[in-house]
Design a protein around this ligand. Structure first.
Ligand code: PEP
Ligand code: MN
Length: 360
């Protein structure tokens, strides 16, 4: 159920409705919109008597939500969710495209800094990299763990980029929550409901990647799990699904972008690296993702892909990432998006150069 407040409803009236909801044993989710606040009610098994709220001060109407997803839906919030980061001008879901780039895995301090310097200069506001890697083989490189997180935190300080990194289980989430600016839930965990709930109890934005065989509704329900715990800063990520096609690692389903945007207020970014698995397809699909209206891109970049410990074949060389950004910069304004210029790294360039020197 959804309690829609009047446009001029005061804080006090909103609080009283929330208290009433909680006193009945349900959970209240007040979601402020551009025009008015709507309060989602979750935790009820059956129908709630609408009359309970209808007569309360400041209430405009009470709507029964029949869809299985509620908090992710545009029914509760018509305008797009824009995610902001303390101490940064970067946003996700606003007019500026969110560009996340970095290696698949953090392999060493030198490797991570070399990539970070290049993607920051190219205009990325977010640095991606795995410290905990969900690998198909238990014998493959599993990530540096907390050491990897520490390197990422240093990169944030040095280059001003916000940090995106994956939590693969409850244990890693404890640490990822401490270091990261965005907690990534990987494709393999999209239906790990207890992990989603745990991520919902953090105060950091959560990026949920689409499962390899997940439908649109299943992806939205994964986000609903996070939101149902009170964390409303959720980003969706399309990263390709498994099909019979064998010319790519996965089939990047760009049609999900407008489909999500029709149903949900949450931002959606596209990962053309895992989405295609082939370096030569990453730039074309990035162009397409921006053209289709994605809120951002997540791209794997490595300074020496042939030696990468994971996903080298889909990782761009830094100069290819420069070219990707140049191309995307041409397309962004056509679809009403802005994009940061190259060399607009958040940290002053002198600082960037200083760090490069300190590595050599
Ligand atoms: C990743 O982003 O490095 C990753 C493992 O992605 P996915 O969960 O989409 O496979
Ligand atoms: Mn990867």
């Amino acid at each position: 159920m959804l309690v829609v407040m009047q446009a001029h409803a005061g804080e006090d009236q909103i609080r009283k409705v929330c208290q009433k909801i909680e006193s009945l044993g349900y959970r209240a989710h007040p979601i402020p919109g551009a025009e008015r606040t709507a309060i989602g009610v979750t935790g009820n098994q059956g129908e709630i008597e609408a009359g309970t709220f209808d007569e309360m001060a400041g209430v405009q109407e009470v709507i029964r939500v029949t869809k299985s997803y509620k908090l992710v839906s545009r029914d509760i919030k018509e305008d797009n969710t824009v995610i902001r980061f303390p101490g940064s001008t970067a946003t996700i879901g606003g007019a500026e495209l969110a560009i996340m780039a970095g290696p698949c895995a953090i392999e060493s301090r030198d490797q991570a800094f070399a990539v970070a310097e290049r993607v920051a200069r190219a205009g990325a506001q977010f640095f991606r990299g795995g410290a905990y890697k969900p690998r198909t083989s238990p014998y493959s490189f599993q990530g540096l763990g907390e050491d990897g997180l520490r390197i990422m935190a240093e990169i944030r300080d040095q280059f001003g980029m916000r940090i995106v990194t994956e939590a693969i289980d409850h244990e890693s989430l404890e640490l990822v929550e401490e270091y990261a600016d965005i907690i990534q839930i990987g494709a393999r965990n999209m239906q790990n409901f207890s992990l989603l709930r745990r991520a919902g109890r953090t105060r950091k934005p959560v990026m949920v990647k689409r499962g390899m065989s997940a439908t649109l509704e299943e992806l939205l329900m994964a986000a609903e799990y996070v939101m149902s715990e009170g964390n409303y800063n959720v980003i969706l990520c399309e990263r390709g699904v498994r099909t019979f096609a064998d010319h790519t690692r996965n089939t990047l389903d760009l049609s999900i972008v407008p489909a999500v945007q029709r149903l949900s207020h949450l931002p959606i970014v596209v990962d053309p690296s895992h989405g295609t698995g082939k370096r030569n397809k990453v730039t074309p699909l990035s162009r397409a993702a921006v053209a289709v209206g994605a809120d951002g891109l997540m791209v794997e970049v490595h300074q020496d892909p042939d030696k990468a410990l994971s996903d080298g074949v889909q990782s761009l060389y830094p100069e290819q990432f420069d070219e990707l950004m140049a191309q995307v910069r041409q397309i962004a304004p056509i679809v009403g998006r802005t994009i940061r210029l190259a060399d607009q790294a958040v940290a002053p360039l002198s600082k960037v150069e200083a760090s490069a020197r300190s590595l050599s």
